[in-house]
Design a protein around this ligand. Structure first.
Ligand SMILES: [Zn+2]
Length: 171
């Protein structure tokens, strides 16, 4: 079945509105939509491959360099911290006058970070890639409890810093 162009336009408009309400980059929502609506190799698959290569590169740049089979959950946390420098989400520090404000009226010097939603999606892709590349589910560092608790902390601190009530995501 081929979607009518108007329907596609509506879908994209809807996604743009949803994206403005969520801490997830628009591009990610679009790729999720595509991977669920078509059976062809999706942006999700190519994003997963890119993430996997980036993680392997990160490990090989460690001193001493490391293979994926040698890494554990603390290296995964290091990887997420490393990615923060490329983040685009303003997360106010507790001392900032805009701390807790979802839409601050002026710029401030607080750092940009990876949004929780991006990290959560990234870890999901890497967890799948690890097992697709021969890793055992029992030793999957992306599935460990310490990763889940790190992500929970990031989610809570970002929600507080930007003034989003933590109940908002529950239904
Ligand atoms: Zn700030």
């Amino acid at each position: 079945m081929v979607a009518h162009p108007c329907q596609l336009a509506c879908l994209y408009l809807f996604l743009i509105i949803v994206a403005s309400l969520l801490p997830i980059p628009l591009i990610q929502l679009l790729s999720m939509a595509e991977s669920s609506s078509s059976g062809t190799p999706s942006r999700y698959e190519s994003q997963k491959r890119r993430d996997w290569n980036t993680f392997g590169q990160f490990l090989s740049n460690q001193r001493p360099s490391m293979a994926v089979s040698e890494c554990n959950s603390s290296h995964v946390v290091d990887f997420m911290r490393y990615l923060d420098q490329f983040g685009k989400t303003k997360v106010h520090l507790e001392g900032c006058i805009f701390y807790g404000q979802p839409e601050p009226p002026a710029p401030c010097a607080c750092p940009l970070r990876q949004a929780w939603g991006s990290l959560d999606a990234l870890i999901g892709r890497l967890r799948a890639a690890y097992e697709e590349n021969g890793g055992s589910p029992e030793t999957n560092p992306f599935a460990s409890g310490s990763i889940r608790s790190y992500l929970r902390d990031v989610k809570e601190s970002q929600a507080k810093a930007r003034g989003i009530p933590s109940k908002k995501n529950k239904k």
